[in-house]
Design a protein around this ligand. Structure first.
Ligand code: C5P
Length: 404
């Protein structure tokens, strides 16, 4: 499941090889990816969108100017959602649109709006493939950073023989997996503890208070750290997510339980990332039975929880400590205040509330602060954002332990 939770946007253009894209969806899903499909109108002449819908589990995106589709997930949102964008098969026509920056259909618009790695697996007649116009377009899109999965030689749908058959779905899947696992091992052998998700503080036998947090950001950071070669321990509060593969996973519920789990596992820990939404207070008394509805008002008294992040940063030999700050206003002010007050090495701040992503959304943007620096990571899918954050953490961590 090496594509666990990766968001893959698959663009299908009009060609007989479109049928192979169905198998590609199946393979990507088998690797744990979430797949959404966008089809050109010509692609719909070859394969019914319903087939892709059934396999991907999501309705297929076709129209650019479709009010209903835009309401469900607008094209910019869809582009941001993607961690990886694959166009398979990519027709000569779509290649030409990409090379010229056209935005006259949904697929070409998404290409311009996407901020993630883009792969193309062209498929066309061998004479079309070898035409100087197509080869020039290939060079142009490669200069944009597109990763080419070259067509293969063999018998073509038209009966002719030559280079132009779309690479096999397994070849495409293997290439994407290989690129992911060949990510620079910037944290090889480094021990990382990550807290994620929301803690739950019981009020009585059936009720609790909690924070709004899906855990997606923390889980994505765990996956990114692990792909960068780190030994990851993920200490989670409550989420609806399944634990990522290949990392130590510790399930907790309350802030106190999370605090205990962190300190039971702190040796060894080189980097600590506190991405959990920890409840600041817990009810002093937890009623054993359900509190009955009686008076018009109910007063509960709360006790402050220990600050896990600040406690880790205050240990004798603290790890490189990274905190999060979710703020509704004065982002930089509060983030920098936390950085200093909690003695952190780095803090990742994001806006919450309103329409700026954050909590349950799949996208986020972060402003990262450290003592003498700052970097903004623009709005993108949480998986891509996590990879960018991990490479920044790795950079600062290595500078701290081995200054130049
Ligand atoms: O002070 P505030 O709760 O806003 O700080 C947020 C940061 O502190 C997050 O990184 C969060 O994981 C961490 N935190 C913690 N323990 C707490 C409260 C917050 O580790 N009790």
């Amino acid at each position: 499941m090496s594509l666990f939770n990766r968001h893959i946007l698959l663009g299908v253009t009009g060609g007989i090889a479109a049928y192979k894209a169905l198998e590609l969806v199946r393979l990507l899903k088998k690797e744990g990816a979430q797949v959404r499909v966008v089809m050109t109108k010509a692609a719909c002449e070859f394969i019914a969108p319903l087939s892709f819908q059934a396999l991907s589990g999501h309705s297929v995106h076709i129209e650019l100017l479709d009010v209903d589709a835009e309401n469900a997930m607008g094209h910019i949102e869809l582009a941001r959602w993607a961690d990886i964008f694959i166009i398979a098969p990519a027709s000569a026509n779509t290649l030409s649109k990409f090379s010229h920056g056209s935005a006259d259909n949904l697929l070409s618009t998404l290409y311009l709006a996407a901020n993630c790695p883009v792969y193309i697996a062209p498929a066309m007649n061998h004479v079309m493939w070898n035409h100087v116009a197509t080869q020039t377009n290939i060079q142009i899109v490669q200069s944009h950073g597109i990763r080419l999965i070259s067509p293969e030689a063999g018998e073509q749908a038209c009966g002719e023989i030559g280079v132009g058959r779309m690479a096999e779905p397994q070849t495409i899947c293997t290439r994407i997996l290989a690129d992911l696992t060949q990510q620079p091992q910037v944290l090889a052998g480094v021990n990382i503890i990550i807290t994620a998700g929301a803690t739950r503080e019981p009020l009585d036998a059936v009720r609790y208070i909690t924070n709004r947090s899906s855990g997606k950001m923390g889980y994505a950071i765990a996956c990114a750290a692990q792909l960068a070669g780190a030994n990851v321990t993920l200490i989670s509060g409550i989420t609806a997510l399944s634990p990522p593969k290949n990392c130590r996973f510790i399930q907790t519920e309350t802030a106190q339980a999370m605090h205990n789990a962190v300190f039971e596992n702190i040796n060894p820990c080189d980097i600590f990332i506190g991405a959990a939404a920890v409840a600041d207070y817990r009810p002093i008394e937890v009623a054993q039975k359900k509190i009955k509805k009686k008076d018009d008002t109910l007063t509960l008294t709360f006790q402050k929880n220990a600050d896990i992040l600040a406690d880790v940063a205050s240990t004798k030999n603290p790890p490189f400590t990274v905190g999060f700050a979710a703020e509704t206003h004065d982002l930089e002010h509060y983030a920098r205040d936390k950085l200093v007050r909690k003695k952190l090495d780095m803090i990742a701040a994001n806006w919450v509330g309103g329409e700026r992503g954050g909590f349950e959304s799949c996208e986020n943007a972060l402003d990262i602060f450290w003592q003498d620096g700052h970097k903004s990571l623009p709005m993108t899918g949480k998986e891509t954002l996590a990879t960018q954050l991990i490479s920044l953490i790795a950079e600062r961590f290595h500078l701290k332990i081995k200054p130049i």
